[in-house]
Write a protein that binds this ligand. Sequence first.
Ligand SMILES: *[C@@H]1O[C@H](CO)[C@@H](O)[C@H](O)[C@H]1NC(C)=O
Ligand SMILES: *[C@@H]1O[C@H](CO)[C@@H](O)[C@H](O)[C@H]1NC(C)=O
Ligand SMILES: *[C@@H]1O[C@H](CO)[C@@H](O)[C@H](O)[C@H]1NC(C)=O
Ligand SMILES: *[C@@H]1O[C@H](CO)[C@@H](O)[C@H](O)[C@H]1NC(C)=O
Ligand SMILES: *[C@@H]1O[C@H](CO)[C@@H](O)[C@H](O)[C@H]1NC(C)=O
Ligand SMILES: *[C@@H]1O[C@H](CO)[C@@H](O)[C@H](O)[C@H]1NC(C)=O
Ligand SMILES: *[C@@H]1O[C@H](CO)[C@@H](O)[C@H](O)[C@H]1NC(C)=O
Ligand SMILES: [Cu+2]
Length: 664
Amino acid sequence: MTCRKLLLFLALASSSVLPASANLTPHKRSPNVNPPPTKRQAGAPGQPTKSGVPGTFEIVGNSGASAQQMFLGTPDRVYILDKAEGNPLQVNGYPAWGTEIDVSTNEVRGMFLYSNTFCAAGNVLANGSWVNFGGNQAVSYGGLTPTGFSQTGGPPYNDADGGKGVRILDPCDDQSCDWIDLPEMTTRRWYPTIENLEDGSLIVIGGDEWGGYVNDPSQNNPTYEFFPSQGAPIGLNILLNSMPCNLFPLTWLLPSGNLLIQSNWMAEVFDYKNAVEYPLPNIPNAVRVYPASGATAMLPLTPANNWTATVIFCGGTNLEPDQWPDQPGGASWNIAAYPADNSCVKISPDVSENWEYDDSIPEGRSMGQFIILPDGKLLLLNGANLGTAGYGNDSWAIGRSYADSPVMSPLIYDPNAPATQRFSRNGLQASTVPRMYHSSATLLPDGSVFVSGSNPNPDYDISVKYPTEYRTERFYPLYYSSRRPEPVGLPSTLSYGGPPFDVQLSAQDLASTSISNCTVAVMRTGFSTHAMNMGMRMVELATSYTGNTDGSGVLHVAQMPPNPAIFQPGPAMLFVVCGGVPSVGEWIMVGSGQIEQQPLSTAGVLPASSLPASAAANSTNGSTGTNGTGTGNTGSKSAAVQLTAGSVAWAALLGALVLLGASI
Ligand SMILES: *[C@@H]1O[C@H](CO)[C@@H](O)[C@H](O)[C@H]1NC(C)=O
Ligand SMILES: *[C@@H]1O[C@H](CO)[C@@H](O)[C@H](O)[C@H]1NC(C)=O
Ligand SMILES: *[C@@H]1O[C@H](CO)[C@@H](O)[C@H](O)[C@H]1NC(C)=O
Ligand SMILES: *[C@@H]1O[C@H](CO)[C@@H](O)[C@H](O)[C@H]1NC(C)=O
Ligand SMILES: *[C@@H]1O[C@H](CO)[C@@H](O)[C@H](O)[C@H]1NC(C)=O
Ligand SMILES: *[C@@H]1O[C@H](CO)[C@@H](O)[C@H](O)[C@H]1NC(C)=O
Ligand SMILES: *[C@@H]1O[C@H](CO)[C@@H](O)[C@H](O)[C@H]1NC(C)=O
Ligand SMILES: [Cu+2]
């Protein structure tokens, strides 16, 4: 972000600017009166409407505001949040720092925001509302806060202090929705992490008060809290002990109901319900957290892996805590020329506390970003080969960028490929747009990936090597132009357990594959910022099948495993994938649609899989085939009829570990 000197300046300026009586009452806009609900015909996705070339990027439009933060809010709308800065697009006579993009037409709507969303973060609630937390104080030109500068709005950018900001949006397709300010948090959070919980509420973790390239003890906020609020913030030891790279701590809810938190070199399992932290060994090779910014993702949770969570971390930067430039009293050295790390490591904390190396990526990369694709593979894109996230006024910076040598060539990671063959560039072409600091990406329902952002600059600046970038792109995966399955009978909701449902696939849907080779994926695209997609997750549902003599087939599909820690409640997309080709995603609601303890039912029993006699002989071996009560399509031998979702015996695993009570 900004360099150390700027931050100290800001901190000093702000403390002298803000009178104790400063009136920071949140600005409230009246909610729309009964906005029309987004209704779509459930159950029959068609073909993609774009004609993108598989394996390529296409520049498709303009984001209006720089896409520092981005998410898919409806099947047709992407929302962008930027920091308050001089974007040419105006709203109410001031630069816009929020936009809505119609992904069918690439039309852009500027959206009004009250406070500065600079390096804020967000996620989605069980009821479908998106909430954005934290940010920076109000700024003027150049991202600076002059002495006496208004913290409640006004020229030049009409931004208010966003440090404690909480903003909510109910996405819409009719331009009726806006961000609404909610009561503020009690502490400042710049660079917090937001993760979804089992009841569809959110946990808000960490951050600092006044920003900075890395954190420092004078402004650390080593606490977490919940939204909706459950009271005052609670201390979290790992955030005290993993300075200075503890901003945007990498966090995932595990099927055990605990959180994996990875911060600087440290990692732990956090039992948030009992406020107990269980240390894990340090992550090998490199720092993955911002600003080292490795690419991270939870790999698909599938019947074949018994819905066990494995989290992968690729690239980043291998610096010890005292080696970061621009720390108080520390050296300024040219980190923009420092090679990024190329290792990949993974961990499955519910079953093992050991880190494992995975295949390395072909070149070092910081700010790489994983996007899970519906075929169960992961796209790795964006980022740079040299340097890190962040920017500043340093003489060695590239313009202001703390990174150089963009990596524009994407990779596909296949978690199921044999070791040494998991990363591939076959058939993929590079982008032409450097996606440096403050870039973002999200999966779209047609299985393409929307990419935007890059702005390693304190304000709108197109004079530098890595300018404020507004061009949006779509990346078209290799399946993009294949004829997509058009499954009939998809539900619009999924429950945790309960009766399976049937999906019809035509002979045409199965022309180049077999019903025994179809899977069903539930995907949450997440909130993309700083090379992370908070909340991004894919769960493959258990299935069995009935093949018909006319070449058509029926997929019998289980509901979500009866454990909301495997997939938290809230909106998601449902894809039927046959022979590696996904349908267009269907927008669904997982769970009750309410923030509450989710109703759970016993998992329904899937009918045995069957194929007509002639086809059966040709069916893929390894599936349960004609003799199965099992999850026919996974190749797994485990007949997961009763989907006893949940996780391992934590007590046994952790018995030897020191239990740390969190207290501050
Ligand atoms: C950074 O440099 C620009 C001019 O290049 C100047 O306007 C700005 O004040 C500087 N910022 C800081 C914090 O020194
Ligand atoms: C979702 O819940 C939040 C928190 O209670 C609330 O502010 C918001 O209005 C709800 N959204 C909908 C669509 O009901
Ligand atoms: C199943 O799909 C995969 C792609 O996911 C393909 O490689 C394989 O050939 C298919 N098998 C059959 C029997 O269709
Ligand atoms: C099964 O495979 C055989 C030999 O490859 C082929 O002749 C036959 O048509 C196939 N049957 C079906 C139903 O696909
Ligand atoms: C599947 O296995 C059976 C028994 O091992 C064998 O007879 C059959 O040919 C195999 N089918 C295929 C398509 O490999
Ligand atoms: C089904 O599999 C079981 C266990 O492998 C075996 O005992 C049984 O004979 C099989 N039934 C058929 C119809 O192949
Ligand atoms: C799958 O996970 C469940 C819940 O942790 C466990 O009870 C079951 O034994 C596991 N099954 C296998 C085959 O590992
Ligand atoms: Cu940032």
